[in-house]
Design a protein around this ligand. Structure first.
Ligand code: HEM
Length: 120
């Protein structure tokens, strides 16, 4: 019998020591694998403690990736338990960083346009 974990238990493994993710109602311990992930560790850490089925499928991972999953499998998710929101501070940091860059680019574009208009 595979071990069964509640969404709450999985959500508690969202780093920095341990990262578990859910794909197709199965729980995978990706704490070590994240460092070897060809798609980068950041993406895995962002999804730590959460259901990553959609992201995993969207990428169109190869059969090799599916084979790797078998070694990381630790149990099933208890579907009777309630999905919980995982607190993520890093992704909101990234967002503000992203918009800061956008503002900088816009400012440079405006300066260049102003320069050309003034020199006409
Ligand atoms: C434990 C789960 C995962 C395993 C075993 C895994 C494995 C792999 C492997 C083997 C590759 C190389 C390309 C391939 O063989 O398909 C790959 C690439 C990649 N993975 Fe994952 N992956 C996992 C989870 C995820 C998740 C949750 C995401 C979230 C979006 C993700 C995003 C990516 C991306 C962006 C690439 C790079 C694709 C490219 O540059 O061609 N992976 N992964």
């Amino acid at each position: 019998m595979p071990k069964v974990y509640s969404y709450q238990e999985v959500a508690e493994h969202n780093g920095p020591e341990n990262y578990w993710i859910i794909i197709d109602d199965k729980v995978y311990d990706v704490s070590q694998f994240k460092d070897e992930h060809p798609g980068g560790d950041e993406i895995i850490m962002d999804l730590g403690g959460q259901d990553a089925t959609e992201s995993f499928v969207d990428i169109g991972h190869s059969d090799e990736a599916l084979r790797l999953l078998k070694d990381l499998y630790i149990g099933d998710v208890d579907k009777a338990s309630k999905p919980v929101a995982v607190e993520k501070t890093s992704s909101s940091d990234n967002q503000s960083k992203g918009s800061g860059t956008l503002v900088l680019i816009l400012a440079i574009v405006m300066l260049v346009v102003a320069y050309y208009l003034l020199n006409e």
